[in-house]
Design a binder for this molecule. Structure first.
Ligand SMILES: Nc1ncnc2c1ncn2[C@@H]1O[C@H](COP(=O)(O)OP(=O)(O)OP(=O)(O)O)[C@@H](O)[C@H]1O
Length: 319
């Protein structure tokens, strides 16, 4: 059963900005990547799920509850990691997470105990009595993650948890999110503008663009369904890309190769014919194992996840 459902969900800021437009989507239990370029509406969607923003129109259910009318009940069962640095610098992580536990209704001793436990889970146990102001960005992200877990939620909403982290820090944070989702059995919605990043840990993906749904599916069915054709020519790659785009073929790049989803057997013929027409020296034409990022034809998704050369197995390197 879906943990989150939206039906024609719309959110406008004033009259000028439509942040969510007629969004209908279902999110199943497990880890879901919510991806889209900056400004796509991810944070707005998360805040409506928490009942912090009221939708302008449409329906929304989170764990069967209506966040607009039952915000407190939703927030009792949902952990939230905000995008921005919102931590007090002059208290320790232990004090802060204990405080957040108290705010969630835990008695003092239980809150303290639970804070130690979650700080251990996120790898900050040794450092927990140091003031947050002296922490690195990676440690601050972990404190934000710890406070989202302190009240033992059923669902976590994580807004760009890898923001500001270097590649090693990103990998560590993604591993942690993956472990929380799998070992603790908590459903997780993780926002990112880096599709290539979340596809590594997510069971499902929801891609939005300008507040509209681009695509929502299980990662496994996305990757099973569409093959990707890699085309390399010794010269004239730009010319070939332009000629294929002009014929409606979606083109991405992976190093020297042009990548295109194989939408039907005719794709091969079309690519071959265009190469012949242009008289280009063909170096390689092959079907590849692909990354989900390569399936998205929109500029936003490409901006979100350019495919680095030879990155089939890689997790980092998407920026
Ligand atoms: N309080 C606000 N008032 C007016 N416009 C807003 C407000 N908050 C967000 N917006 C606009 O709504 C759109 C969606 O913003 P949102 O923050 O939800 O996107 P996002 O996908 O989370 O991007 P980012 O990762 O950059 O935060 C953007 O055009 C943004 O400028």
């Amino acid at each position: 059963m879906a943990i989150i459902t939206t039906q024609a969900l719309t959110k406008r800021y004033g009259t000028a900005v439509t942040a969510l437009a007629d969004l209908t989507v279902q999110i199943e239990p497990g880890i879901t990547g919510l991806v889209g370029a900056n400004g796509a509406g991810k944070s707005t969607l998360i805040k409506t799920m928490l009942g912090l923003l009221a939708p302008t129109g449409g329906q929304l259910r989170v764990l069967g509850l209506d966040p607009t009318r039952q915000g407190e009940q939703v927030r009792a069962r949902v952990g939230y990691m905000p995008e921005n640095d919102s931590l007090p610098p002059d208290v320790s992580a232990a004090e802060f997470v204990t405080h957040m536990g108290r705010m969630s209704g835990l008695p003092r001793a239980a809150a303290r105990e639970r804070a130690s436990e979650v700080l251990r889970h996120v790898g900050l146990y040794e450092e927990r009595y140091r003031q947050i102001g002296g922490y690195s960005t990676g440690m601050k992200q972990r404190v934000k993650l710890a406070q989202s877990l302190v009240h033992d939620p059923d669902l976590l909403l994580l807004d760009e948890p890898t923001n500001g982290l270097d590649p090693a820090g990103r990998d560590a944070m993604l591993d942690l999110v993956h472990r929380i989702g799998t070992e603790f059995g908590i459903s997780v919605v993780v926002c990112s503008h880096l599709l290539g990043e979340v596809e590594q840990i997510a069971d499902g993906l929801v891609a939005i663009e300008a507040g509209r749904l681009l695509r929502a599916d299980r990662v496994s069915s996305m990757t099973a369904r569409t093959a990707v054709l890699a085309v390399e020519v010794d010269e004239g790659a730009d010319e070939l890309a332009a000629a294929l785009s002009a014929r409606g073929v979606r083109i991405g790049r992976d190093g020297a190769a042009l990548m295109t989803p194989v939408e039907s057997p005719a794709t091969y013929d079309l690519v071959r014919d265009v190469i012949v027409d242009l008289g280009l020296p063909l170096h390689r034409l092959e079907e590849r194992r692909h990354r989900v990022a390569e399936l998205f034809g929109s500029p936003a998704a490409h901006a979100a996840a350019p495919a680095p050369a030879g990155a089939d197995e890689g997790r980092s390197g998407d920026e």
